[in-house]
Design a protein around this ligand. Structure first.
Ligand SMILES: Nc1ncnc2c1ncn2[C@@H]1O[C@H](COP(=O)(O)OP(=O)(O)OP(=O)(O)O)[C@@H](O)[C@H]1O
Length: 413
């Protein structure tokens, strides 16, 4: 470091014609003596949507010729590429155009959405593979059954009056028994609102070294801000934000973690494009400050499916991609379900039915290498009989524990 400082300082003579430019992805780690050498620090921020639009347009213009694209295509590409850097956008445009030409000849230049899909998917998955990088999940509202009121409530929060009038909510808490679809909802929110999704499990951020947990929390929010628009999903929030001042936490480590989390949440409140979703099975263990307006200012209960209509909704969503035989009647199937089920329980019945169908096909025609898997009513009924036999199937929420997750006083409309 000393040597570097000496050499750079020597260049700083009145007649020097040398300019030193340095780059860094972690400016906060640079020693202050090095920082002092530079006259100017330029913060290169992630591209905003209008900037991405300009860059995509520019890249297409640079390729010359008439590509026959319309403005809505450029608009679409800029809206789905949040988190993409300059180089990614250049690759996206150039490689997609090149592929199109290779496939359809140099004269076929009418570009469509689909022409960009393959390169877009490659770049997006490479981006998400980077450590903890946010991704846009592939879960839509159709993948979630039942919960229509909850969906409407969440959508109004995201798209409704709050945003336009500037009275933005900064976060929502989803609470309820395990396996009821809280994670699924968070992913669908990110997909439907075309936002990046950063999922964090509470315990993953906790570290035994002093100050490291707080830094992990800071990093999550830093990442979220740089990937904005972004949904940050804190699963198992109770482990990260337990009630402060507990006697058994005499070192105060957890209190500091909670305080850091609250401070970061307050910072997010002023930013338009980062939204926080929390999920917990134990709302009673949370520090009340986290539910204060301006942080997770709305709590929504995601419960078990107790009526046949909502069970049917979940069943339909889960078997959406199954091939069903003509004898399958989902309406009558739900009457074979236990009275209280979580989405995960229904998913388990369906995957058991699917496995039964595969076994049946293999046993009936072992020599056939590939045959379509068609699930019959018998497969479902066999899987249901397992579900109602208590010694063979354990529901994800034992009836004794239902009450643990329910805190009706938090059902704020
Ligand atoms: N409403 C639903 N519609 C369709 N599938 C569902 C629904 N709820 C749950 N599932 C199924 O159950 C699985 C588990 O759901 P999920 O992980 O979202 O539950 P969770 O409430 O976040 O659980 P936990 O509190 O244990 O983290 C999902 O992957 C999905 O297959």
């Amino acid at each position: 470091m000393h040597c570097f400082i000496q050499h750079v300082s020597q260049l700083a003579t009145p007649h020097s014609r040398t300019v030193v430019i340095c780059t860094s992805t972690k400016p906060d780690k640079i020693h202050h003596q090095i920082k002092r050498l530079f006259l100017k620090t330029i913060n290169v921020l992630p591209l905003t949507e209008p900037e991405r639009r300009l860059l995509i347009q520019y890249q297409l213009d640079c390729l010359g010729g008439d590509y026959g694209f319309d403005a809505s295509l450029v608009e679409y590409l800029s809206s789905v590429t949040s988190g993409f850097e300059r180089h990614d956008l250049t690759c996206l445009v150039r490689l997609s155009v090149k592929n199109k030409m290779l496939k359809q000849g140099i004269n076929k230049r009418d570009l469509q959405k689909e022409d960009f899909q393959q390169i877009y998917d490659d770049l997006q998955s490479r981006y998400s593979d980077q450590l903890d990088a946010p991704s846009v999940p592939n879960v839509s509202w159709e993948d979630i059954g039942g919960l229509s009121k909850l969906k409407a409530e969440i959508l109004s929060t995201f798209r409704g009056v709050n945003r336009t009038s500037g009275l933005k909510r900064s976060g929502l808490l989803l609470y309820g028994p395990p396996g009821t679809g809280k994670t699924l909802i968070a992913k669908a929110v990110a997909t439907e609102c075309r936002m990046n999704f950063l999922a964090v499990k509470g315990p993953e951020l906790l570290n035994k070294y002093i100050g490291q947990s707080e830094e992990n929390i800071r990093n999550v929010f830093l990442k979220a801000r740089s990937a904005a628009p972004c949904v940050v999903f804190f699963d198992e929030l109770d482990s990260l934000a337990p009630r402060r001042g507990q006697e058994d936490q005499s070192s105060g480590v957890m209190d500091r973690v909670v305080s850091q989390l609250l401070a970061e949440m307050d910072g997010v409140h002023t930013s338009q494009d980062v939204f926080i979703l929390g999920a917990t099975n134990r709302v009673d263990l949370l520090d009340p400050a986290i539910l204060r307006p301006g942080r997770l200012d709305k709590s929504l209960y995601v419960g078990l499916y107790e009526d046949r209509i909502s069970q049917l909704g979940v069943l339909k969503a889960v078997v959406r991609k199954f091939k069903l035989s003509d004898d399958v009647s989902l309406d009558s199937l739900v009457h074979h379900f236990p009275s209280q089920m979580s989405g995960a329980d229904i998913y388990s019945i369906c995957s058991n039915a699917w496995t039964r169908a595969i076994r049946r096909i293999i046993t009936s025609a072992p020599q056939v290498k590939s045959a379509p898997v068609i699930v019959t009513m018998d497969d479902f009924l066999g899987a249901c009989s397992l579900a109602t036999a208590p010694d063979k199937f354990s529901q994800s929420v034992a009836p004794d524990n239902y009450s643990l997750s329910v805190a009706p006083e938090l059902l704020v409309a």
